[in-house]
Write a protein that binds this ligand. Structure first.
Ligand code: KG4
Ligand code: ZN
Length: 341
């Protein structure tokens, strides 16, 4: 089945055409980063407006690049939540309109479900597996039993990892979103230069906390007499990233040990981080488990990632109703089969 996928939960307007939930024919992403950068973060009202401007163009482009017409599409998958409700509603309305006009089945997919299944678009990974989902809004550890069956093992109690990267970047005067800029600076700095805290690392649970690291960076910046530049900035970025990567990787390995899961997926925007990729690969080799990252284009927000779950749900005849509503907050363990209201 050819699936048209639509994602608009935050600041990327995205559409994709995917065959049988596995092979990507097109994956178009229109980023709004430039619009929000001057405000240092996503402005929800602006995000909705920009989605409205871009969505039909992006859907047309996805069909064009895939070389298919709307008549050849067999179903629609759309992000139902979680995310900015005004932004979600744009994608959802377009998806429902096309589904209604063309009498196509519709699947409502959880945004994080999309992220943690994304590597299946590129490689075979047998279930069950452990997933570390790290993005701008989420930092969660999930047991992925199958498509549609997820258990939350741990989560952040405050900031998400990506949010911490972006906030630290902002207080260092870097552009939004700053995660990738910190990553680049960190590659040139000394990760042992400043000993930032590792919150919750030695607690037995699998939860995370990043606001303490962010505050420690703020306090460090305030203690300096002048602006932080050059090698000092590189060392700070490297030490901050080291603290975040240390906590994420060691807690994930602990989760693998406790659950006995031998395969780990790391997904979401922060899965692009080079420090996290290297550390996870090193630890996985030591512990005899495998670690799988989506390629960078499938780590950040995109629509193709919705196809894995969307295709399965529609193959099973689990269609969402046309009055499907967006959900700003939606725990993943309540997603899966819960496709209707
Ligand atoms: O998954 P995503 O594209 O959108 C959300 O669902 O939030 O993740 C975006 C987040 C942002 O916080 C961004 O700064 C972060 O991922 N990010 C990175 C890197 N690339 C993107 N963080 C650290 N290092 C990177 N290389
Ligand atoms: Zn995301």
């Amino acid at each position: 089945m050819l699936l048209l996928c639509i994602e608009s939960s935050c600041d990327e307007t995205a559409a994709a055409v995917v065959r049988d939930g596995r092979s990507i024919l097109s994956n178009v992403v229109a980023s709004q980063v430039d619009v929000h950068a001057r405000y240092g973060g996503v402005v929800p009202e602006l995000a909705s407006r920009k989605h409205l401007e871009a969505i039909t163009v992006v859907v047309d482009e996805a069909l064009g690049k895939a070389g298919v017409s709307l008549g050849e599409i067999g179903g629609i998958a759309v992000t139902r939540g979680p995310g900015l409700v005004g932004a979600l509603l744009v994608g959802l309305s377009v998806a429902k309109s096309i589904a209604f006009a063309r009498d196509l089945p519709l699947a409502g997919v959880h945004h994080m479900e999309g992220h943690i299944l994304a590597p299946l678009l590129e490689q075979e990974i047998p279930f069950p597996y452990l997933a570390l989902a790290v993005s701008g809004g989420h930092t969660h550890l999930y047991r992925v039993e199958d498509i549609g069956s997820y258990r939350i093992l741990g989560r952040t109690l405050d900031d998400a990892a990506g949010e911490a990267f972006d906030k630290v970047a902002k207080l260092l005067g870097l552009a939004y979103p700053g995660g990738v800029l910190i990553d680049r600076l960190a590659a040139q700095g000394n990760p042992q230069a400043i000993d930032f805290p590792r919150p919750l690392l030695h607690q037995k649970n699998l939860d995370f906390s990043f606001s303490g690291i962010k505050t420690a960076v703020l306090n460090h910046v305030r203690r300096q007499s002048g602006p932080i530049e050059g090698d000092q900035l590189k060392d700070l970025a490297a030490s901050f990233q080291e603290a975040v990567v240390d906590v994420l990787s060691r807690k994930t390995m602990r989760a693998a040990e406790e659950t006995g899961l031998k395969r780990i997926v790391v997904a979401g925007g922060v899965a692009c981080n080079s420090g996290l990729r290297t550390r996870m690969q090193t630890l996985a080799r030591e512990k005899g488990v495998s670690v799988h990252f989506p390629s960078p284009a499938l780590c950040g927000d995109n629509a193709a990632m919705l196809a894995v779950a969307g295709d399965r749900y529609l193959e099973e005849g689990r269609r969402a109703p046309l009055d499907l509503n967006a959900l700003a907050s939606w725990p993943l363990d309540q997603a899966g089969c819960e496709l209707s209201r």
